[in-house]
Design a protein around this ligand. Structure first.
Ligand code: NAD
Ligand code: UGA
Length: 433
């Protein structure tokens, strides 16, 4: 199948490369010329394990190419996946102007039947708007269908998630659209869930909101554990064995971040309001998430008193491990507050430092984790990079001024850290005596 991906960011690139890997002929479009230039050289503009290799291999096989020319992509491809960004507006609503722009550009270039698929995460009823926009801006009479195919991949394991989905949701309104999408996904042998367009749109927002709810729930429970002298890791394990609850997304930490959970929760809440549905739970989930970051900062202040002129080492800036993405990163929010309070921050992240440098100045960026720990009065773990588990903590202790560790991701074993002589503060467990 000839496929065009419009918007070559985290989702578009992974989708494009994986479709090519499955044997389709794919053109990835982006209106950022620097991205296209980099991709043509086989260099991925984002860090995502396995992606660059897949891009190079499929470019070599002539199944994948990159362009800024949307007209050509519409002309050559039967199916057009919209993968542009849908950022939040001030009021929390999704900004759908990028989706509208692409719809207009598709309309201007439509000459024969095309299936237009929304893969961007959008509020319910967006499909109807896309259809109306294309119809009103079409310069030639050509048939088309609009479908919804929400994406559930996680950054950091995006290629694996795309190729091994729990389910593929196909929101369609015609047999023809369903047939085409079935054919595209056939090589994956995945569980297909065929629904109406609006139901597919809601499946995506409801799924992200539900997962975020689980995280805020366990984060609130972690505070109860701390107050009562229990251990949230044990509580989460005991809860998660019940298959009705499940073990995943019960990891307490410094709150969720990323380009998706915060914005999708806000957008879902706004959509519920617009539809006249009272859904305060979603606001509570967001509020608990905000509080979780302040709570972590208070914990640091309780243990080391004033922040002014204290040297703090920071491990991790991305919104979670295995990604360079810093959008809505709780790590960055926390560092910004500590920095504003006068702390001298020495930070290290395996992939997120170039992006962070553009938005956060006045802190020291270090070459490795040991440099970040040197002379520190406390060390903070803020993203769950696996490499942070493997560090030589005996060496780190020697480098630090005071061996105080705040593990915002419960990445390390408290008993092992105590044994090494650290004053270890995890999430949802008793502070060191
Ligand atoms: P992104 O910002 O990384 O990528 C969007 C790309 O679209 C950018 O490269 C931008 O230059 C391009 N673009 C914007 N307008 C364009 C236009 N008119 N023509 C061509 N290109 C255009 O965003 P992302 O993280 O890939 O997210 C895209 C959508 O997918 C969002 O709705 C998001 O919620 C959803 N989503 C993201 C993830 C994720 O893990 N990041 C997972 C599932 C769903
Ligand atoms: C999330 C969803 O998991 C994907 O299914 C979805 O496709 C994507 O959003 C999206 O719509 O964009 P992602 O944001 O890449 O994926 O990352 P997650 O692994 O879900 O983590 C999100 C945030 O929650 C991170 O800050 C992470 O550290 C935090 N988290 C996650 C916890 O604090 N505890 C957990 O148990 C799990």
């Amino acid at each position: 199948m000839n496929i065009a991906i419009i918007g070559s960011g985290y989702v578009g690139l992974v989708t494009g490369a994986c479709f090519a890997h499955l044997g389709h002929r794919v053109v990835c479009v982006d209106n950022n010329p620097r991205k296209i230039a980099s991709l043509r050289k086989g260099v991925s503009p984002i860090y995502e394990p396995g992606l660059e290799e897949m891009i190079r291999e499929n470019t070599r096989l002539k199944r994948l190419y990159f362009t800024a020319d949307i007209a050509r992509a519409v002309e050559e491809s039967k199916v057009l996946f919209i993968c542009v960004n849908t950022p939040p507006k001030e009021n929390g609503e999704a900004d759908l102007s990028y989706v509208e722009n692409v719809s207009r550009e598709i309309a201007a270039n439509l000459k024969e039947y095309r299936l237009i698929v929304e893969k961007s995460t959008v509020p319910v009823q967006t499909g109807e708007w896309i259809e109306k926009t294309i119809r009103e801006n079409q310069t030639r009479k050509a048939l088309f269908d609009v479908a919804s195919n929400p994406e559930f991949l996680r950054e950091g394991s995006a290629v694996h998630d795309f190729l091994n989905p729990d389910r593929v949701v196909l929101g369609v309104s015609t047999r023809k659209a369903e047939k085409i999408l079935r054919e595209i996904y056939e090589p994956l042998k995945a569980k297909l869930v065929v629904t109406g367009l609006k139901s597919a749109e809601i499946i995506k927002h409801a799924s992200n909101s539900f997962l975020a709810t689980k995280i805020s729930f366990i984060n609130a429970v972690s505070r109860i554990c701390e107050a009562a002298g229990a251990d949230v890791e044990q509580v989460a394990y005991g809860m998660g064995l019940d298959p009705r609850i499940g073990p995943s997304f019960l990891k307490a930490g410094i709150g969720f971040g990323g380009f998706c959970f915060p914005k999708d929760l806000m957008a879902f809440h706004r959509m519920a309001e617009k539809l006249g549905v009272h859904f305060p739970l979603l606001k509570d989930v967001l509020q608990i998430n905000e509080e979780q970051k302040s709570y972590f900062i208070q914990k640091i202040e309780k243990a080391i008193w004033n922040l002014r002129d204290k040297r703090l080492g920071v491990l991790g800036l991305s919104f979670k491990g295995d990604t360079d993405d810093i959008r809505f990163s709780p790590a960055i929010d926390i560092v910004k507050v500590l920095h504003a309070e006068g702390a001298a921050i020495r930070a290290y992240d395996p992939e997120a430092m170039p992006g962070t440098k553009a938005v956060l100045t006045g802190i020291t960026y270090c070459k490795n984790p040991y440099e970040a720990a040197r002379g520190a009065e406390a060390l903070l773990i803020l993203s769950d990079w696996d490499v942070f588990r493997q560090l030589d903590y005996a060496r780190i202790k020697k480098l630090m001024k005071h061996p105080v560790l705040f593990d915002g991701r419960n990445l390390l074993k408290p008993s092992a850290m105590h044994k090494l002589g650290f004053r270890y503060h995890g999430i949802g467990c008793l502070p060191p005596s």
